[in-house]
Every structure is written in structure tokens, then in C-alpha cells.
Design a protein around this ligand. Structure first.
Ligand SMILES: [Zn+2]
Length: 77
């Protein structure tokens, strides 16, 4: 699959095509089992927010594109 969107890469200093870093669910499953479930939130975070990688240099693009960090939603008590 090809992405037609272009994202600016600060490393390449130009707009580049990107691909998503696939989540290694097997590794996350093993870590979750080894940590008795403590790894589950990290697994969830990785699965919900795949990082964009520059097709040219392979560097992640999310850190340069997203200016503000998403806030943690408050849980209703
Ligand atoms: Zn790049």
C-alpha cells in the first residue's frame, strides 16, 4: 500500500512519503505476560498510535509533526 500524503521530514529537510512502523504484537504479548500485565497500557498505546517513519531516512516523523502532546483523558470516578 502506498501513501499519497507527504509529511515534512526535518532530517531530509523536505516533504517525504512515509510508512507506518508495524506493531510487533508477539513481542508485546510476551512482555505483557512477563510483566504480569503491566505492559498492557504500553502495548495499547503502541497499537493505537503507530509511528510514521520517513521513507527516505527511516526516522520517526511524529515527534516533529505533532507540536503538542495529547492529554490524558480523565477517567470518570
Ligand atoms: Zn527523512
Amino acid at each position: 500500500m502506498a501513501n499519497s500524503d507527504l509529511v515534512h521530514c526535518s532530517h531530509c529537510a523536505r516533504d517525504v512519503e512515509y510508512h507506518y512502523d508495524p506493531v510487533n504484537h508477539g513481542k508485546h504479548f510476551l512482555l505483557s505476560v512477563c510483566s504480569l500485565g503491566l505492559w498492557l497500557p504500553i502495548w495499547l498505546f503502541a497499537a493505537l498510535s503507530p509511528s510514521k517513519l520517513c521513507n527516505q531516512c527511516g526516522n520517526p516523523l511524529w515527534s516533529t509533526e505533532v507540536a503538542e502532546m495529547p492529554r490524558q483523558p480523565r477517567r470518570p470516578s
